[in-house]
Ligand binder design. Structure first.
Ligand code: GAL
Length: 691
């Protein structure tokens, strides 16, 4: 992590605030665009992702380009002090392209080619698609790559999806041929293909999964398919970026990632090509009768941390969120007063240097006309949403000092893509609800509520900067994982693994000789068997007296209970019931300079809290502030010489927040803040440590 203070683009060293802008929908009503320019200033919005779905306006027929409208709007925006994230338009191709070259349309898993429709519906292999995208991107970069209004590039939109067309299937076979050096025997071995007589005798027999053929028989093949989809998508992405790098050098590139969705993409293949990362944030605030929005806050914080961790330099922004409501979730409930500020400042608290929305202005037609927008059909600056956004914009301007400050994590959670692909395809266990990412997020929730910053890492990434690494349910191990985890612990790190760890290798072939496979000596245990519980069943964890974690309570265990044997490990707690009552469930193993803990089940929230509290104490993990009351969360960002604390109340009632004994100043008002302060419902206060 770079500890000096840098920003995404020096042209605008503030927290970016703005929204997706589609002026091409309003070219026939220039008065609307004039009005937009006035409203943008009133809303304190200065950054606009633009041209995301504009291909048919740029190139209404093949090879005929009309960029005049774009030139005009960029000039107008710049003159008004606004900036854009100029998009490449591949997210939605024009009709003429699909009509003339049907190969650009995606083929579904059932091998049926889609008609023209929707968006995000193109093949990543098609040479025609690649050529047309390169051409339009080159034209955009040559003409606008140095326009002073262009702050960054926004590649396509929410990239993802699979295509099963003949071109893709062929490319997959070639990719496999290269991967296995032309050795079909090696592929058969990795795929365990003698199972159900599935042995391949020719490369042309290889087909990616489909429900009318093989879907979950050859797991190694399914994982290779996802690797191929990642490779092909990343390669397409690279070609999208090429002309921008060439004609628009120095303008940073990003794309809007979607957390862990879609499953088939390993996100770092895209993120590594970006100069900063971004994500689209759509929690379903107010979805239940609960008076506390903490669960949605947890989700936003988790995905923000993931997006930040994906960034090569820690820079990231929230690219999309609704200013009010969505139109695609089951119920279009709008955010209650205060929640928009809370949701947006939460992203900043997790390290984001931008809060952008979908969308600036609601269109008159199309499926998103009732989606939330900064400017609604009334065009009124009196509108509650507009006012809310404008007030937030003013607040963000007052946070200038925070821009470029970083989040410092001493804890990492491993959420590994190969383990995720493996566990989700595995037949058995809790068959339909493996919940790998949720199980990982539950550890994040507990840490975040305690004001502990967390990074999210793949199992082969450098872990040396962390004191504690939690690797829940690490079902499959990459070739590098064993060495990586062992050297982290050997050098003094503390590792916590949980049930279903080390069952298979990177091809989803089970380890022989006992689970957790090559991690057996690290954890000092042997997993003999796995018992899966019904949702209405439970077991319990009973700590042994004088255990080194100081656990005293009995905790509920659910879903998975492994019967484990402590080999070199020391037992800290045992099962409380069933025929394996009294057998170990929580262990610790000294491994060189460090410790590897293993929890052979899924423990309730109180158990997670007590385990994390024990780590906080034993490892002196830094917390933003002392523990807050329920529903109040504090997190911190740092520069070399300053610390900024965000105090957030997720309750719909007032709550007290607690600072430590140091003096704090309110960033927005400049006033000193008392040690104990009252937060209104959903209120956020941001303070600087020191006067
Ligand atoms: C996003 C998408 C936007 C818009 C938004 C609506 O997934 O990128 O273009 O459709 O959803 O919530």
């Amino acid at each position: 992590m770079n500890h000096s203070r840098t920003v995404i683009n020096n042209t605008l060293p503030s927290i970016w605030h703005g929204a997706d802008y589609n002026p091409d929908q309003w070219l026939h009503m220039p008065e609307i665009i004039d009005q937009d320019l006035v409203l943008m200033e009133q809303a304190h919005c200065s950054v606009f992702p633009l041209g995301i779905f504009s291909w048919s306006s740029y190139e209404p027929e093949e090879g005929v380009f009309h960029f005049e409208w774009l030139e005009k709007i960029l000039d107008q925006l710049y003159a008004a002090g606004r900036y854009v994230q100029l998009a490449t338009p591949s997210g939605a191709r024009p009709r003429w392209l699909a009509q003339k070259y049907p190969e650009v349309l995606r083929v579904q898993e059932n091998r049926v080619r889609n008609l023209y429709g929707l968006r995000h519906n193109h093949c990543y292999t098609s040479p025609v698609m690649r050529e047309k995208v390169a051409r339009i991107n080159t034209a955009l970069a040559q003409r606008f790559g140095k326009h002073p209004a262009v702050l960054s590039w926004h590649i396509s939109n929410e990239i993802g999806g699979e295509c099963f067309c003949p071109l893709c299937v062929d490319a997959f076979r070639t990719w496999l041929h290269d991967k296995y050096n032309g050795d079909l025997g090696a592929l058969n071995k990795n795929y365990w293909s003698s199972f159900w007589a599935h042995t391949y005798t020719d490369w042309s027999q290889i087909e990616p999964f489909c429900s009318h053929g093989d879907d979950d028989v050859i797991h190694g093949l399914n994982i290779d398919w996802k690797r191929f989809v990642t490779h092909q998508t990343a390669d397409f992405f690279k070609e999208e970026c090429k002309p921008l790098r060439e004609y628009s050098a120095g303008i940073p590139i990003t794309t809007n990632l979607m957390g862990f969705h879609p499953e088939e993409l390993e996100k770092r293949a895209l993120a590594n090509q970006c100069d900063f990362t971004s994500w689209d944030s759509y929690p379903q605030w107010h979805d239940s009768l609960a008076t506390n929005e903490l669960q949605w806050g947890q989700q936003v914080a988790f995905l923000a941390d993931y997006t930040r961790s994906l960034s090569r330099n820690g820079h990231f922004i929230q690219m999309e969120a609704t200013p009010s409501l969505t139109n695609w979730q089951g119920i279009a409930k709008h955010k209650r007063p205060g929640v928009h500020h809370l949701a947006s400042l939460l992203s900043v608290a997790q390290g984001a240097d931008g809060v952008l929305y979908f969308q600036w202005r609601a269109g008159r037609g199309g499926s998103e006309k009732f989606h939330g927008s900064v400017v609604y059909h009334d065009s009124s600056e009196e509108n509650r949403i507009f006012q809310d956004v404008s007030d937030l914009g003013a607040r963000l301007q007052a946070l200038q000092a925070v821009v470029g400050s970083e989040v410092r994590a001493k804890v990492a959670i491993i959420i590994d893509t190969v383990a995720r692909w493996g566990i989700s395809g595995a037949q058995g266990f809790h068959k339909d609800h493996k919940n790998y990412v949720t199980i990982c997020q539950e550890w994040h929730d507990v840490l975040w509520q305690r004001g502990i910053s967390v990074d999210i890492r793949e199992s082969d990434e450098d872990l040396s900067r962390y004191d504690l690494v939690i690797a829940p349910m690490l079902y499959a191990l990459r070739p590098e994982t064993e060495h990586n985890l062992k050297s982290f612990v050997a050098q003094g790190g503390t590792l916590l693994g949980t049930a279903i760890t080390g069952y298979a290798d990177e091809n989803d072939l089970c380890y022989l000789g006992g689970f957790p496979g090559p991690l057996r000596d690290l954890y000092g245990i042997w997993i003999e068997e796995l018992d899966t519980l019904h949702d209405h069943d439970a077991n319990s964890l009973v700590p042994l007296t004088d255990n080194s974690m100081n656990l005293h309570r009995t905790y509920q265990l659910r879903t998975y209970c492994e019967r484990i044997h402590a080999e070199s490990a020391q037992v800290l707690a045992v099962y409380g019931s069933d025929y394996y009552q009294g057998e170990p469930v929580l262990t610790v193993n000294q491994y060189d300079q460090g410790h590897a803990y293993y929890l052979a089940s899924i423990i309730d929230e109180q158990g997670k809290c007590d385990i994390i509290d024990a780590f906080i104490q034993n490892l002196s993990l830094p917390q933003a502030l002392p523990q807050q009351q329920q529903g109040v969360v504090a997190t911190c960002r740092y520069t070399i010489d300053a610390q900024y604390c965000f105090l957030m109340n997720f309750n719909d009632t007032p709550a007290m927040a607690q600072l430590d004994t140091t003096a704090y100043t309110c960033i927005e008002s400049g006033d000193p803040i008392a040690c104990t302060l009252n937060l209104n419902a959903y209120e956020v206060r941001i303070c600087k440590k020191g006067l």
